[in-house]
Design a protein around this ligand. Structure first.
Ligand code: HEC
Ligand code: HEC
Ligand code: HEC
Ligand code: HEC
Ligand code: HEC
Length: 219
């Protein structure tokens, strides 16, 4: 019987089919990864800043407390971003010639603010308050992720309504002991019994039944 295809053509055909199959798999998998990655919600993408400020360096390695730079959060709704004065308490003596710090020195001598690009910013129709959370023992890394490991600051996850509500429905596991709100190594309590939950909520005077009312966050 005469061969329609030479054996070599058969190999080429198989190779082409294999390549098409691989291409389809790669497209589907990368599409899935793209959809589930932060690319669509800005998560994990650090915006460019006027100064390449590193939390890993300052909060992680040097162990400077979060509130040294974000000190308004304990009393007010805003945690606030540091002014050039805060940086200059150290950098008028340290790294005084560093090129990276030129914008800080300039802002400082000209007496104008530094404009940091915002990383975490909820829409205007959402009411949020840092003090309310810190007062009852909800800590920074519970909401902002491992900031102390970030070379450049990025959004660790999307701050959706569902994310807020997950905690508001059951906040007890996230209530830290006194003095631990800025600790990095604190982990949520696991396996709490109903009695332990109630005791924690009562000790902090937290009432989850009103925390899911629309009015709590939209007022
Ligand atoms: C319950 C969750 C939660 C906790 C706890 C929390 N934050 Fe925030 N933080 C947010 C949200 C949500 C925003 C965005 C607020 C907005 O856009 O109005 C934010 C914004 C910020 C900002 C930007 C400036 C500002 O005030 O809007 C900084 C800086 C910040 N947080 C630092 C901290 C530090 C430091 C701590 C701990 C001392 C902390 N946060 C604890 C949720 C939290
Ligand atoms: C409590 C002291 C202190 C404060 C406040 C401080 N820094 Fe620093 N910073 C340091 C030290 C120490 C180093 C050098 C670390 C080293 O050489 O290993 C440093 C290094 C740096 C560097 C270069 C190295 C790097 O990769 O991080 C930059 C940029 C910087 N700081 C920016 C800032 C900015 C911006 C502020 C204000 C928001 C600030 N620092 C506030 C202590 C401080
Ligand atoms: C030495 C000063 C310094 C310390 C200490 C520090 N931060 Fe910051 N933080 C900054 C500066 C400067 C920015 C603005 C630039 C940036 O986003 O990296 C910032 C930005 C942030 C933001 C993003 C706010 C926004 O919406 O733009 C969060 C969240 C934050 N810090 C949390 C923390 C937490 C949590 C800690 C403690 C683990 C901490 N910071 C310690 C200086 C500091
Ligand atoms: C990890 C837990 C946790 C997360 C996440 C969280 N909250 Fe809360 N929130 C609490 C607790 C606990 C309280 C109760 C404080 C109290 O009773 O004084 C609270 C209280 C509040 C209040 C009431 C403050 C007041 O004075 O009435 C508002 C508003 C609020 N949260 C908004 C938000 C928003 C918006 C988000 C998401 C962007 C959010 N929270 C995320 C735990 C959380
Ligand atoms: C614990 C805080 C919290 C509570 C309680 C809450 N929301 Fe929200 N809501 C948010 C946040 C945060 C956003 C912004 C989400 C974003 O930016 O992705 C939001 C967004 C929305 C939006 C805009 C559409 C969207 O999904 O982004 C609507 C509409 C809304 N909320 C309605 C409600 C209603 C109705 C209730 C009561 C049943 C409610 N919310 C209770 C925090 C809350």
């Amino acid at each position: 019987m005469a061969q329609v295809f030479k054996p070599s053509a058969d190999i080429i055909l198989r190779a082409v089919i294999l390549i098409i199959v691989i291409a389809v798999i790669v497209t589907v998998v990368s599409g899935w990864l793209y959809w589930h990655s932060g690319w669509l919600t800005d998560v994990a993408e650090a915006p460019e800043q006027p100064v390449p400020f590193s939390h890993r360096h300052h909060a992680g390695d040097l162990n400077i407390d979060c509130r040294y730079c974000h000190y308004t959060g304990e009393e007010t709704a805003k945690a606030g971003l540091p002014t050039s004065e805060t940086c200059m308490t150290c950098h008028s003596q340290l790294w005084t010639e560093a090129e990276a710090l030129r914008p800080v020195r300039q802002a400082y001598t000209e007496g104008r603010p530094l404009w940091w690009q915002r990383v975490v910013d909820s829409p205007d129709f959402v009411y949020f308050n840092h003090a309310a959370h810190l007062d009852v023992g909800v800590g920074c890394t519970t909401c902002h992720g491992p900031v102390q490991e970030m070379a450049l600051t990025y959004e660790s996850h999307a701050y959706t309504m569902g994310w807020c509500l997950d905690c508001h429905r059951d906040p007890a596991p996230n209530l830290r002991p006194e003095g631990a709100v800025t600790a990095f190594d604190w982990r949520p309590r696991t396996g709490l019994s109903e009695t332990e939950r109630q005791a924690l909520l009562e000790a902090r005077d937290v009432h989850p039944e009103r925390l899911t009312d629309c009015y709590t966050c939209h007022r």
